[in-house]
Write a protein that binds this ligand. Sequence first.
Ligand SMILES: [Ca+2]
Length: 355
Amino acid sequence: MKAIDIGKTGINNWRKQNGAILITVVLISAFMAMVLIRANQIVSYQKQLGSNIQLRDKAMSYLSGLEEFAKISLKKSFEDNKESTVHLNQDWASQGFSFPIEGGMMSATIKDMQSCFNLNSIIHEDQQGANNNQPNANFGFAKPTGGQEIFADLIHQTNEDAGLNTSGLAAVVRDWIDPDMDVAGPDGAEDNYYQSLEIPYRVSNNMIAHPSELLAMKDFNRAIYNGLRSYICTLPDKTVNKININTVTSENSVLIYAVLNAPNLTLEQVNNAIGARPDEGFGNIAEFLQELGQQLPKDVKEKADKFLTVNSHYFEMTGTVIIGKNGETKVVVKTLLKRDNSNNFEIIGRYFGKE
Ligand SMILES: [Ca+2]
């Protein structure tokens, strides 16, 4: 047979082709390796995601159990005590409870939600006013509600800026909540104001769901909000305008001071009266006023009867579940509970988050 002579050019071509094949094989191998690494990452991510979802579902189930436990223990506390008042020495107000759970821990504390000023009560009509929606001698604007006056004084007491227009800020909140588009005073704000902003938005004209909504309102800022935060709350009922003198702590007694807003009455006197509170709380408002050791004007006594109470119907459970190998899943819920006259508790709201 005659040998095939591929010659020098043939050998070079063959070497070149071999080199090209080698590069292609290396590239394909590298590509395949990258695909495998990425696939592995996706599987690992999906696995982690699945595990997180499972842990979160588990945490939610535990929180649901905590809520039921809170309802039962609140009911038991009030049935055992058989008292007509709500105070901080009752079982529900103890330091809370915690339980170990599989792979973690769950805990809860309960707070009386009538120990703070309900922002939504600002639009509750003053019971003594003829009709606050009707313009009157207040320069043609609606008469400020009792809640507006208390809130204005609370801003004054909790903020260092003496130049704040507190009644204007209270009018802004009233306008934010009330369903109409009529400004509640020269400093009030309805759609016209919010629509003229650089980034326009609309007035809510609805009840406030969380105190932080204040930050979206005209003239409010972080400093005013921070000053107010520990004294204010939002209940989904504007008629809840009474603050329980038996559950307000002495650190928060400025709240009661703002309600009374009485001439000659000092914050120290209110503090002392709260400090002298009997273990079982005051039996009624008259007992508290007596403890103040002051002859109060008739209108201040009426204000006390209208805006203070010794009873409560709204409570908040803060439930926390920490779960996972390294405690990596933490879920916090604030559950609002309403108490009826038979001491049954109904869940009327939930808020997920720290604050
Ligand atoms: Ca409005």
